[in-house]
Each structure stands twice: as structure tokens, then as C-alpha cells.
Design a protein around this ligand. Structure first.
Ligand code: SAM
Ligand code: FES
Length: 353
């Protein structure tokens, strides 16, 4: 019986490697079984190497505000967390941070923040155009949540070219268990389609093992991603934050997160797949293991150290004390050990010929 199972799983992995798709039953089977994970990871790593070689793209993450008008049940910077010490960077501080990042070889800046009403469209556009002017050879990524199509268009016209907005879960009932009633999955999905239509490179994604998540929910996530066809897919384990309604929930596991990365690499061979900070938080070598399971992007933190510990999405977040240069050096050394090489480029996704 055990032998039959492993033969079935090996065939499924081979099929996924060659065809980049599977039936619902095959996917459900694959994401629920840990037998032969090693082969799954090996095939995913092979696929990544066929397309991206041993190159790893870096993005410099600038967490520029932790004010948020939303109240997602999982998130440490939700508005109801009265104990979060709030901060926002000025335009000058953001530009200085970019300059420091540029010196260190970063050619993509990811401006991430809560949904902060202080950052009106005019202010976002001002920051984006200033970065565009000072760093014309860099990609500018925004990750500032759900906005109107007109706002997204304005940021794009000001010089932003990428946008990260995780869909969080593609199942309505599950979405409602993770968010208060004023937020809706339909709007989140619409935002993603609007961003694509405008011409952004788009990143979607979800947390692995967020509270109430079922294997069927994960399957829906994969199917939604096949419909959206994003350039980047960011996933990481859910990790509890002590000051949220989900404080007592178990964190997502390394095993399932790696398995999902590998499945994503084989379903979306050309996608940019980051090995996230959350993955590095649940295991000391989480990000390196993520690479070996098919990831090809890391996002070292460029946020000034004095503010870092305030952007606390979940407990025990790593890299709080290292400045930008240390983070960059640390990532270089870690990845080199595993045979990967960080490249200085904007790191666009490759496309099929
Ligand atoms: N406000 C923007 C948005 O909603 O897209 C960007 C910031 S938001 C904090 C960035 C991502 O952090 C979310 O999409 C979510 O998946 C992730 N995140 C939040 N809380 C988390 C937690 N407790 N564990 C793991 N990831 C979390
Ligand atoms: Fe800020 Fe979810 S709490 S977007």
C-alpha cells in the first residue's frame, strides 16, 4: 500500500513537472501528503534552475508606515492594536533609504505599509515621482493595500511599476473569517485585476495555515492564481501576533509552506517566488530551504533600524537589529552557501519564448 502511494505521488510530481497543471484531486493529494517531499523540492529546484539558473533577485523592502485603517484579525498593525507604537517615514527618509539601498546594489524598492490615510494619493505620487526621478533605472513596487482604479492609475503614471497585494484567501467564507465585515474578497480580487489592466507587474499570494484554512481553500488559491496569472506569488506561514484576535492560533508549518512553494514553482514555472521573512522566522534556514523548494527572490529589509521593531506583523519577526548593509551581506553569505547568487538587476520575470 505504502509503495503504491509513493508510486502514485511520483507520477503526479512528474506530470506536474512536465505539464504545469494537475486535476483537483491530484493537487489535493499532493498538498496533503508529506511522503517524497524531497522529490517534489528537487523537481521544483530543477525547474527554477532551467528558467532562472542559480540567480536570486533581491528587492529592498521599505516599511514606510505602520498606521492602518483596517482591522484584519491576523495582523499586528491592525487599527485595534492600541499597543502598537505607530510611525511613518518622511519623503526625505524614504529617499535616503533608497539611496542607501542603491549603494548596496538594490534596483527594486518595495514601499510597503498599512492603509494609512495620511498617505493620500497626492503624497504617494509625490514620493513615487521623487524616487523615479532620483533612481530612473530602478523598479518601484508599491504594497499599500486596496485603492480605487483611479488611484492605482495615478501611482502608475507617477512611476510605480509593480504592486504587491496578497489575495489572502480565494474562498469567500474563509476570507470572512480572517477579516471584519467591511472588507470583501470581491473587492480585493477586483483590485488585482485592475492593477493588471493598468499594466503593473502584479504580485498576489496568501498565508499558509492561516486560521480555519482547509486543503480545499489552498486548492482555490491555486486555481485563482491560475486565473489571475500574477508575475509574483508571495506566500509565507501565518504567525500569531499576541495582540490580535488570533493570538492563540498555531503558526503555519515549515513543511507545508515549502511544499506550497514547490507546487507553485511547478504550476507557474516563470513566476517570481519570494522566500519570505515569515518563512525565515519559523525556521533559522527557512529562506534558504525556500530557495531549494523553488523560490527565487528575497526581500531584505532596508527600513531604518530604529523603526523596524514597530512594523511587527507577527511575533518574533527576524532581522530587527541588522542595518541594510548587514542584511544584504547576511543574505549574500547565506545563499552562496547553498549555491545561489544574488544579482544586481531590476529582476523582471522571464517569459516563455
Ligand atoms: N497593507 C498592505 C496590504 O494589505 O496588502 C500591505 C501590508 S500587509 C501587513 C502585508 C502582508 O502581511 C499581508 O498581505 C499578510 O499576508 C501579511 N501578514 C499580516 N499579518 C501576518 C501574520 N500574522 N502572519 C503572517 N503574515 C502576515
Ligand atoms: Fe492593515 Fe490588514 S490590518 S491591511
Amino acid at each position: 500500500m505504502e509503495q503504491t502511494t509513493s508510486i502514485v505521488k511520483e507520477n503526479i510530481i512528474e506530470k506536474l513537472y512536465n505539464e504545469h497543471n494537475l486535476t483537483d484531486n491530484e493537487l489535493l493529494y499532493l498538498l496533503q501528503t508529506d511522503a517524497h517531499d524531497a522529490e517534489l523540492f528537487e523537481k521544483a529546484d530543477k525547474k527554477r534552475k532551467e528558467i532562472y539558473g542559480n540567480e536570486v533577485y533581491i528587492r529592498g523592502l521599505i516599511e514606510f508606515t505602520n498606521y492602518c485603517k483596517n482591522d484584519c484579525y491576523y495582523c499586528g498593525i491592525r487599527r485595534s492594536n492600541r499597543n502598537a507604537e505607530r510611525y511613518r517615514l518622511t519623503k526625505e527618509e524614504i529617499l535616503e533609504t533608497c539611496a542607501r539601498g542603491y549603494e548596496l546594489g538594490f534596483r527594486t524598492f518595495v514601499l510597503q505599509g498599512g492603509e494609512d490615510p495620511y498617505f493620500t494619493d497626492a503624497r504617494v505620487c509625490e514620493v513615487v515621482s521623487a524616487i523615479r526621478k532620483s533612481f530612473p533605472d530602478c523598479a518601484i513596487t508599491l504594497s499599500i493595500g486596496e485603492k480605487s482604479k483611479a488611484s492605482y492609475q495615478a501611482y502608475f503614471d507617477a512611476g510605480a511599476n509593480r504592486y504587491l497585494l496578497r489575495h489572502e484567501t480565494a474562498t469567500c467564507q474563509h476570507y470572512q473569517k480572517l477579516h471584519p465585515a467591511e472588507m470583501s474578497l470581491d473587492n480585493r480580487k477586483q483590485c488585482l485585476f485592475n492593477l493588471k489592466e493598468i499594466g503593473y507587474q502584479v504580485g498576489a499570494g496568501f498565508m499558509v495555515e492561516s486560521p480555519y484554512q482547509t486543503p480545499e481553500n489552498l486548492l482555490s488559491d491555486l486555481r485563482f492564481l491560475q486565473e489571475l496569472k500574477p508575475d509574483m506569488i508571495g506566500i509565507g506561514p501565518f504567525i500569531a501576533h499576541s495582540e490580535t484576535p488570533f493570538a492563540k492560533y498555531k503558526s503555519g508549518s515549515l513543511e507545508l509552506t515549502l511544499r506550497m512553494i514547490a507546487i507553485l514553482r511547478l504550476l507557474f514555472p516563470y513566476a517570481l517566488l519570494p522566500a519570505t521573512t515569515a518563512l525565515g522566522t519559523i525556521h533559522p534556514q527557512g529562506r534558504e530551504l525556500g530557495m531549494q523548494a523553488g523560490a527565487n527572490v528575497v526581500m531584505p529589509n532596508l527600513t531604518p533600524v530604529r523603526e523596524r521593531k514597530k512594523y511587527m506583523l507577527y511575533d518574533n519577526k527576524i532581522c530587527l537589529g541588522d542595518d541594510a548593509a548587514q542584511c544584504r551581506g547576511c543574505m549574500d553569505a547565506r545563499l552562496k552557501k547553498f549555491g545561489y547568487e544574488i544579482v544586481t538587476s531590476v529582476g523582471n520575470p522571464r517569459k516563455a519564448d
